[in-house]
Ligand binder design. Structure first.
Ligand code: B12
Ligand code: SF4
Ligand code: SF4
Length: 347
């Protein structure tokens, strides 16, 4: 076996479009697992609240032990792609009755592909390599200094702020770990993200309650309480509020539309719900049957939140009501009554 040098792997990853690359040693992350358990105790969150598939009953245990993914694993390569491009600079979305989608979704297909290619590159030399997100990505990246935790619970990086999608490649190739000089934790006395989180999902510095976070709320079928709906603003898939307010991200310069394969800055390519939907669509356009129920529900909630006094918002909801069946209909009725300021329709 001829082992490629660490720098060859890194150069290859960058040539494929990675903005961040770091190598960590494989360990058992018991501190991390203890933190997950404490978080779940404090918030009463179940696995499904973290958006973990029902079949994955040992999800966090698996993440904490990379050798469950690859028994002889020696190293973890962390790859990151920045997600702040010109189409991610939002202006006048409320005025135009547009919905908002999380910035990072645009880069997930890109970083996923890069991880696949890096794994293939390693396997060409006879070692095993498993691409995916089967490790606690932020925790591992923080350990090697690729970034530092912010109080918003996300990893902040010098190069891309927090707008970065990560992926890992777990390999049995013995690649030496990195130890980067960590950026100075920027938070100190700042708690802007905690104050800005509309649902109080950031219930303490560094801690997110997944039962209240708008990101999973917008992505699951699960019933959303009316009082939470009123706090979701115009987010129809994901939520970036705790990142938008962060001074670290305010310094970012938006990059040009990115030519790398799979990257489509106007759409969130290959996202489960957003495929073929424009990044920040007109809410009145996505209430119809052509769109997934989850997106239609979120569009109705968003219209209720930003469409007050706008005849076209109420009109669009009324027009599409006939095509909304079952639970979805209840959300439309609720949105209509909210805009009309009448008592809520029954839930
Ligand atoms: C479960 C999960 C969620 C859950 C829980 C979120 C959370 N913060 O834990 C939900 C569904 C709510 C979620 C939401 C989002 N997620 Co998410 N999520 C994950 C996933 C699958 C695991 C994260 C995890 O392990 N959570 C468990 C907690 C316990 O771990 P932790 O947050 O690392 O906890 C550490 C800190 O709290 C720290 N800590 C505790 N106290 C203190 C004190 C100090 C001083 C310090 C320094 C640290 C510290 O120690 C803990 C670990 O020991 C990862 C993918 C992966 N495989 O890693 C993506 C991931 C973390 N998500 C990501 C993203 C982008 C998001 C969203 C922004 C999506 C969106 N735009 O809507 C939101 C942001 C919400 C937020 N503010 O965190 C990115 C993060 C990129 C980044 N820059 O960090 C990841 C890495 C996915 C990816 N492939 O890139 N997510
Ligand atoms: S908003 Fe302030 S407290 Fe929150 S992550 Fe950014 S710097 Fe830290
Ligand atoms: S993503 Fe939105 S709801 Fe979730 S913690 Fe951040 S601000 Fe709060």
């Amino acid at each position: 076996m001829v082992m490629p040098l660490k720098n060859e792997i890194k150069d290859f990853a960058c040539s494929q479009g990675a903005d961040l690359v770091g190598v960590a040693r494989v360990e058992i992350y018991s501190d991390y697992l203890a933190e997950v358990r404490e978080r779940s105790r404090e918030t009463a969150a179940q696995l499904e609240d973290y958006m973990v598939p029902r079949s994955e009953t040992s999800f966090f245990e698996r993440l904490s032990q990379p050798r469950e993914t690859l028994p002889d694993a020696q190293a973890i390569i962390i790859l990151g792609v920045g997600a702040y491009d010109k189409n991610a600079v939002y202006t006048n979305l409320w005025k135009q009755l547009c919905g908002k989608t999380a910035r990072t979704y645009s880069c997930y297909p890109v970083v996923r592909q890069i991880a696949r290619k890096v794994a293939d590159f390693i396997e060409e030399s006879g070692y095993k390599a498993v691409p995916g997100q089967d490790v606690p990505l932020k925790f591992v990246a923080d350990r090697i200094g690729l970034g530092a935790y912010g109080k918003n619970g996300l990893l902040l990086t010098e190069q891309c702020g927090s707008y970065v999608g990560f992926r890992s490649v777990v390999t049995d190739m013995p690649v030496a770990p990195d130890r980067f000089e960590k950026m100075t934790p920027p938070c100190e006395d700042c708690e802007v993200c905690l104050q800005a989180c509309p649902t109080r999902a950031l219930y303490a510095p560094y801690k997110v309650n997944p039962r209240l976070c708008i990101n999973p709320l917008t992505r699951k079928q699960k019933y959303i309480q009316p009082e939470l709906r009123l706090k979701m603003q115009n987010w129809i898939c994901g939520c970036d509020i705790c990142q938008e307010v962060c001074p670290v991200n305010r310094k970012l310069v938006a990059r040009d539309a990115d030519p790398r394969s799979g990257f489509d800055s106007l759409h969130h390519a290959s996202h489960k719900y957003l495929d073929n939907i424009e990044r920040n669509p007109l809410l009145t356009d996505i209430l119809g049957e052509a769109y997934p129920d989850v997106i239609r529900r979120n569009a109705a909630i968003a219209l209720a939140n930003i469409g007050k006094g706008r005849a076209e918002a109420l009109e669009a909801l009324k027009t599409s009501l006939a095509s909304a069946k079952g639970e979805l209909r209840q959300y439309y009725l609720w949105a209509i009554s909210t805009l009309q300021d009448t008592p809520n329709a029954p839930d």
